[in-house]
Design a protein around this ligand. Structure first.
Ligand code: C2O
Ligand code: CU
Ligand code: CU
Length: 481
């Protein structure tokens, strides 16, 4: 594995104007054509895709330690422009952490940004005090450690801040990174697994920049409701990047790391690909798709077959807004080949007959605040007490005319029904999920069981993962008792 830091990008000033100012709704952008100078075209790509470093940590006294530093940094989104960011051991985003099921880990975050934050292990099955939620404060100048035994199936998770009221801003400035959990099964499957070569991490985001190329985070009341959407698409921190790939099956580990954008992903030639994993595990079998909807916080691993495509270029795009995330250039012969397996794993499905309780969560809004069951998040209120090992149905109602999603910490769930019918649950939603999308007025029934960790005092969170919504109150707390 080559170590590759995020590199300085060489995007021309013209491309910056076109990508950054020219389309972001900035009132100053009307005349940028006169400044563009070089005749660059929209869509010109000149930056190689940055691959976050893969951190394997260091074993000390039988515990695998990851020593991470949350820093203020400067990142080159645009050539010649130093954009102020927050980052983890990097200039934007952070390294990918490689964890192995069964081992004890300690992820040590030293906070060097001069303000409070927290760092949450999204998708990790861990004790509440190790969750990195709003109660596990990481004070400036201090190190906070998430120490636990990894106890879950192979999947792609992520870490990000979870500071009460400031999650959106801290993520927007650049704090997020991937966590890959591997297990015996994932290592045995004939899947692409050469990190950065045929197993490519993709953190998809959109951002707004001001006319100086600085990250602009200033949502209006309306944008808190609608979500803070940026017109500059960035992939692993680069605008319009490309990657040179082998003519073979390629695995993409995709995180929708945006604050509030639902993406509908696909390739520009309409080609079929296979989703192999949802948020918390492989699917039982690959699911063929041409378009993939991914809402904020959701992950998907897909395999796209480029075997016969040497010399071709394809684009990974968001078809909701017609924008490009990544140009895939098939320039190399396969070093090794893989053949997509027909079956990937076995998942445990709880029988709804065995559910002992149904909890209802109604998502609504009032006067610029966003609510669950009529109340906004209050750090001092435990909203739900969930018995350990009890199978439950959680029913989530979107009572609004806008999109939301629903995330539960520390566990995974399976979707039983959407709008009263199992037939409305897509094939690629029939896996272990920790975030699930709700269209306006959708109702979902999911089945869940809290296992292993009980703690009557320290809560986990459930919330909408549109970060402006979360910060505006659409979150609640549960303890496992
Ligand atoms: Cu991704 Cu409560 O978080
Ligand atoms: Cu989470
Ligand atoms: Cu929401």
């Amino acid at each position: 594995m080559k170590r590759r830091a995020f590199i300085a990008l060489s995007i021309s000033a013209a491309a910056w104007l076109l990508n950054g100012c020219g389309t972001n709704g900035n009132p100053d952008n009307g005349n940028n054509g006169t400044n563009a100078g070089g005749g660059s075209e929209i869509g010109t790509t000149s930056a190689p895709l940055p691959i976050p470093q893969l951190f394997k940590g260091e074993v000390r006294n039988g515990v695998r330690h990851f020593d991470l530093s949350i820093d203020k940094a400067a990142h080159s989104f645009f050539s010649g422009v130093a954009t102020a960011t927050y980052a983890v051991n990097s200039t934007y985003l952070g390294p990918t952490l490689l964890l192995t099921n069964g081992e004890e880990v300690s992820i040590n975050y030293t906070n060097n940004i001069g303000e409070e934050t927290t760092m949450h292990g999204h998708g990790m099955h861990l004790p509440a005090i190790m969750d990195g939620g709003p109660h596990q404060m990481n004070d400036p100048g201090k190190t906070w450690s998430a120490r636990y035994r990894v106890s879950q199936k192979a999947c792609t998770n992520w870490y990000h801040p979870h500071l009460m009221g400031k999650t959106a801003e801290h993520v927007y400035k650049g704090l997020a990174g991937l966590i890959i959990v591997q297990d015996d099964e994932s290592r045995a499957l004939d899947l692409p697994d050469r990190y950065g070569e045929d197993d490519i991490p993709l953190v998809l985001q959109d951002r707004r920049f001001d006319s100086d190329g600085q990250i602009l985070y200033a949502p209006t009341r309306m944008e808190i409701m609608r979500g803070y959407i940026g017109d500059t698409y960035i992939t692993n921190g680069a605008i319009d990047p490309f990657i040179e790939l082998e003519a073979k099956e390629i695995r993409l580990r995709i995180l929708n790391g945006s604050n509030a954008s639902v993406y509908k992903l696909g390739f520009d030639d309409g080609r079929r690909f296979h989703q192999i994993a949802t948020d918390n595990a492989f699917l039982e079998a690959p699911v063929a798709l041409t378009r993939l909807r991914l809402s904020p916080g959701e992950r998907a691993e897909i395999v796209v077959d480029l075997s016969g495509d040497k010399g071709k270029t394809l684009l990974l795009k968001d078809y909701r807004r017609g924008k490009t995330f990544l140009e895939l250039r098939v320039t190399k012969d396969a070093v090794t080949q893989t053949t997509l397996p027909d079956t990937l794993t076995n998942l445990t499905r709880f029988d709804p007959q065995n559910a002992r309780n149904t909890r209802t969560f109604r998502l609504s809004g009032m006067m610029g605040r966003l609510l669950i069951n009529g109340v906004e998040m209050n750090m001092n209120v435990i909203n739900e007490r969930v018995p350990l090992d009890q199978v439950e149905i959680w029913e989530v109602h979107n009572n609004m005319g806008i999109e939301h999603n629903f995330h539960i910490h520390a566990t995974h769930f399976m979707v039983l029904e959407r709008n009263g019918s199992a037939a409305n649950v897509a094939e690629n939603e029939k896996g272990y999920k920790d975030v699930i999308y709700l269209a306006p007025h959708d109702t979902l029934r999911v089945i869940v069981k809290m296992v292993d960790y009980k703690d009557a005092n320290n809560p986990y969170m459930y919330h909408c993962h549109f970060l402006e919504h979360e910060d505006a109150g659409m979150m609640g707390q549960f303890v496992v008792v």
